[in-house]
Design a protein around this ligand. Structure first.
Ligand SMILES: Nc1nc2c(ncn2[C@@H]2O[C@H](COP(=O)(O)OP(=O)(O)OP(=O)(O)O)[C@@H](O)[C@H]2O)c(=O)[nH]1
Ligand SMILES: [Mg+2]
Length: 159
């Protein structure tokens, strides 16, 4: 029990969220960091405590804005790539996540959606080179977020 309480006090750090518009990045960001804030559309990079960064979906949707993502990657350890569970078409620029030595974690979001295609999205993530380290989350199920949160807090002790 004490271990659990300590974990709840700690916050994950040193990560950035990347994903196309509306996939649930900011909702996840707030849940991971226990931020009790209303989610509004992200218009610019949002920096929070200890190098935690939320990014606008447009930065991935628009190739002219990749440079903003890429320069931010140099400042953090872990990329959380968020992909919505019911979307199976998306063209990711090859190698975007492997430019630097970032750890990359895949997050399949909104798994509560009735038309979720989680296994197909897993296959897609594999094509992007994300094979292990895939988490399935729903903002409606705190346990799914807690699992990812725990992993992020403990990850530096795993490797
Ligand atoms: N059903 C469902 N809806 C969710 C979930 N997570 C987020 N949403 C909804 O999806 C919409 C977009 O969520 P955001 O967190 O703003 O998405 P975002 O990726 O930050 O979007 P941008 O800032 O525009 O890039 C909101 O209406 C959220 O309430 C989820 O797990 N399940
Ligand atoms: Mg957002």
């Amino acid at each position: 029990m004490r271990g659990y309480k300590n974990l709840m006090k700690k916050k994950p750090d040193n990560f950035m969220l990347i994903g196309t518009t509306g996939v649930g990045k900011s909702t996840l960001f707030n849940a991971l960091l226990n931020r009790d804030e209303e989610v509004i559309k992200t218009q610019a990079m949002v920096y929070h405590d200890e190098q935690t960064i939320d990014t606008p979906g447009e930065y991935l949707d628009n190739p002219r804005l990749y440079t903003a993502l890429i320069s931010t990657m140099t400042t953090i350890d872990t990329i959380l790539y968020v992909h919505q569970s019911n979307v199976v078409e998306h063209k990711m620029p090859p190698g975007l996540f492997t430019i630097y030595n970032n750890r990359v974690i895949g997050v399949i979001s909104k798994i509560d959606l009735p038309d979720a295609r989680v296994e197909e999205v897993r296959e897609l993530l594999k094509e992007y080179g994300i094979i292990e380290n895939i988490f399935e989350v729903s903002a409606l199920d705190g346990r799914t977020i807690a699992k990812l949160r725990k992993y992020l807090i403990e990850r530096n002790h795993i490797n």
